[in-house]
Design a protein around this ligand. Structure first.
Ligand code: 5GP
Length: 171
């Protein structure tokens, strides 16, 4: 299926000069969204996974649906201050300033096989931080799947050595 037909671009969002790839029409499509989840599920090299982990917020949409399809649990990686109880945090640099992500202690056991998902790969900063955090808690990350990838922003290079895959690519 051509999932790209459900993706629209929005100029100057979230700020002037940025062309935003909006995947909400894909997630909102009764034809496209189930097919997207099915396509990812069928493409996985193994079904023996413990969890799907997803990155806030759009990674939750794909990740939770995929976990449900695979019959396994979903673990959220959230922005700092959102998860209750004991958490492990990791800070990473943004173009201006920094951001911090967190995962709940005990959400993933040591050596547990995890699939990481997010909606889109751009510079790779978010995904690299999530992968570093998952590795810190001892997860065995099988691969990272993105619905879309913006080529030329350095994401693939930043994630060199990690197994990553995207369903749609944009130049
Ligand atoms: P990166 O850290 O790779 O530069 O940015 C990727 C993160 O920012 C992802 O979590 C993604 O949801 C969000 N993001 C950045 N640009 C876009 C975009 O054009 N469209 C969408 N849907 N998300 C984006």
């Amino acid at each position: 299926m051509d999932f790209g037909k459900y993706v629209r671009t929005v100029p100057d969002f979230p700020k002037k000069g940025i062309l935003f790839y909006d995947l909400m029409p894909l997630f909102g499509s009764s034809e496209g969204f189930p097919r997207l989840i099915e396509t990812i599920a069928e493409s996985l090299p193994t079904k023996t996974l413990a969890h799907v982990a997803g990155i806030e917020a759009r990674g939750f949409i794909v990740g939770a649906a995929l976990a449900n399809r695979l019959g396994i649990g979903f673990v959220p990686i959230r922005k700092k201050g959102k998860l209750p109880g004991a958490v492990r945090e990791l800070s990473y640099a943004l173009e201006y300033g920094q951001d911090t992500i967190a995962i709940q202690d005990g959400a993933i056991g040591k050596g547990a096989r995890v699939l990481l998902v997010d909606d889109l790969l751009a510079t790779g900063g978010t995904a690299k931080a999530a992968l570093d955090l998952l590795e810190q808690v001892g997860a065995d990350v099988l691969e990272t799947v993105f619905v879309a990838e913006l080529i030329g922003l350095g994401g693939r290079e930043r994630l060199a050595g990690r197994k990553i895959r995207s369903l749609l690519t944009y130049h």
